[in-house]
Every structure is written in C-alpha cells, then in structure tokens.
Design a protein around this ligand. Structure first.
Ligand code: HEM
Length: 323
C-alpha cells in the first residue's frame, strides 16, 4: 500500500551475485559519505560565519562552546577525505572491471563530473580551514584561468566578499550539483543494471538478489565506516590555526592537492591548470580512448599500463611538495 503511493519497489531491481561484496559497494559507501557530509554540513552551517573578519572566531566558538561542535567539524573533515578516497577507489573498480564500456560510457562521464565536483568541494571547503591562504590560492587560480578566472577574484562584486562566494559554492551549488548528478547516476545504474564481472560468465538462469537486499548490505558496510570516521573525529580532530594574516602561508593544503604543486615549482603557476585539466580530461575520455570490447584487465594492457603509470606519477609527485 505504501509502495502504491511512494513507488519504493521501483528500487528493487535485480543485482547479480558477483556485486555482493565490498569492492562493488564502493559507490554506495561514497553515497554514505555524501549524506554524512550533508547532515554534518547543515549542522555546521548554523554556527559558522563566512564573513572574512568573523570566520575564524566563529569556528573557535564552534569547537569550544557548542554542543557536538568539535565532533561535527571533525566528522565533516574526515568524511570529506573518505568521500574523496572512496570515489577514487570506486572509479578504479569501475575502470579495472571495464564497467565503463557500452552502454555505460555516459554514466562514466556523469561519475567523473561528480568526482571533479568532490575535488572542488574539498578545495572550497579549505576556505574555512586555511582562511586567507586558500584565498591566496584562489587568486592564483584566477591568474591561471586568465579572463575566465574573474569569478575567483574579489573584483566580481564590491558587495559580496570572495570568501562568502566560495562558501556559497561549497555549501550550496557544489553539493546541489552532486545531488542532481547522483540522481542521474543512480537512474542509469538501474537502467543498465550492474555490469557483468569480466572473469565470471553470466549464469544461464539468473536468480539475482533484489536491490533492496543489497541496500541492507551497503547500510551495514556504511555503519562500520561511520563508526571508523567517528573514532577518527574523536581521536584526531583537525587543529584550528591562529587567526589568519593575509599573505602569509603557514599551513599545508590537504594531501589530495599535493600532486600538482611540484608543477608550480618547476613550470610556473599556469602549469597547475594545464595538469589538472589534463588529468580530469583524460579520465573523462577513458570510454572513448578504450573502445575495444575486451573487459579483463589483462586483455587491455595499454589501458591498464596507462592507469598504473598515471597513478604512480601522481603518487610520486605528491611528496615532492616542500613542507
Ligand atoms: C563521486 C561520487 C560517486 C557516487 C556517490 C557514486 C555512486 C555509485 C553507485 C551507488 C553505483 C552502484 C554500483 C556500485 O556501487 O559500484 C555506481 C555505479 C557506477 N559508477 Fe559511480 N559514483 C560516484 C563516482 C563515480 C565515478 C568517479 C565514476 C567513474 C569515473 C563512476 C562510474 C560509475 C559506473 C560506470 C557505474 C556502473 C557500474 C557497474 O554497473 O558496474 N562513479 N556509482
């Protein structure tokens, strides 16, 4: 009866046996992180003041005087990093199982857009962390993008400070876009059904588990993940730096930005934009670059080698950024 009114059973589509494990649940766990970020972010938004002169003090009050304030901030901090890692692992799972091949090319592109937005969400989120330093990075971004970088400069409006605009992007536009794309992503997963496993031949008579049972499994993994993140939030809350001073850089950006900083040292600030555009451009293009019907990773030596080389290069580039 409820189903007649709410259409819940529409979710109950068949899921093959091979998808009932952790690796094929990484997209679901990324979703758990996104929901946790929305909930903790809404709580923080009640107490954080994005006006530049008041931002640092409002975080100071939040972590010392507000009930669960320090925990909510720490949970938000750790969950953001977990979402980035899980989305990356999910991307790698999809890549190595060739789940982006026909007819899922479009969903790969929607996924890449969500990954890019996750990256931007972390970047704009560090405005609260690093205050004026992140602002300085924004001015760098503006320089790199030339005319198109106008949005990143304080000159766009004399009434709305740039930190406030970045905060709106962080708290409203980026999560809103991720949410819209997520609906599209999930509808496409339902339409195409979960991809076949490259090493397991499809059974002749399929008796797959309904998606609702899969949801229960993802929820169980999700609870364990939330437990771990809560533990991290209690044991290792992020430190709050001193009141920021414009033009002085003392904190190191979060680790997911480290890979492109050596480029700045070697080739100048403009190379950062080129490198980021090249890496995300390459990810967007994967289904068009690898068009063979082969699905096993061993049968796709070029694609596998390219992915491994790219990952190793990024991992090696990251520690080269000076502390
Ligand atoms: C950033 C947030 C993301 C969320 C919340 C998300 C969520 C999901 C979920 C829940 C599924 C169902 C199956 C599974 O869990 O493996 C899925 C499947 C899929 N995702 Fe994502 N995803 C994200 C990012 C990405 C990225 C970065 C890519 C690739 C560039 C991607 C490509 C795909 C594809 C192709 C499928 C179908 C997989 C199959 O049928 O085996 N997703 N996603």
């Amino acid at each position: 009866m409820i189903d007649e009114r709410m259409g819940i059973k529409a979710l109950a589509y068949p899921v093959p046996e091979h998808a009932n494990n952790l690796t094929w649940s990484l997209g679901g766990l990324t979703t758990v992180c996104f929901v946790t970020l929305l909930v903790s972010g809404i709580y923080l938004a009640q107490l954080y003041n994005p006006v530049p002169e008041l931002a640092n003090q409002s975080v100071r009050d939040l972590v010392t005087h507000v009930w669960l304030g320090n925990f909510a901030r720490a949970l938000h901090y750790w969950t953001a990093q977990a979402m980035f890692v899980l989305a990356l692992l999910h991307l790698l799972r999809v890549f190595f199982h060739a789940s982006y091949k026909k007819p899922r090319e479009g969903n790969w592109i929607v996924g890449t857009a969500m990954f890019l937005l996750t990256f931007l969400a972390v970047f704009t989120g560090t405005v609260d962390q690093e205050g004026y330093e992140a602002l300085a990075h924004n001015l760098d971004v503006a320089k790199v993008l030339g005319g198109a970088g106008f949005w990143f400069t304080p000159n766009l409006s004399k009434h709305v400070p740039i930190v406030l605009r970045l905060y709106t992007a962080h708290a409203v536009f980026i999560p809103g876009l991720i949410l819209l794309l997520f609906v599209w992503h999930a509808l496409l997963v339902k339409r195409h059904k979960i991809s076949p496993h490259p090493d397991i031949p499809a059974p002749e008579t399929e008796t797959p588990e309904p998606f609702t049972a899969r949801l229960e499994r993802v929820a169980a993994f999700g609870l364990v993940l939330l437990g771990l993140l809560s533990l991290l939030a209690v044991l290792l809350p992020p430190v709050l730096g001193p009141t920021p001073v414009a033009g002085i850089e003392i904190t190191r950006p979060l680790w997911m930005f480290w890979w492109f900083f050596p480029m700045e040292q070697w080739f100048g600030i403009a190379s950062i934009a080129v490198v980021i555009a090249a890496v995300f451009g390459l990810i967007f293009l994967v289904p068009f670059l690898d068009r063979s019907p082969k699905r096993r990773w061993r049968g796709r030596p070029l694609a596998t080698a390219a992915a491994v080389v790219l990952l190793l290069t990024l991992a090696v580039a990251a520690p080269l950024w000076p502390v």
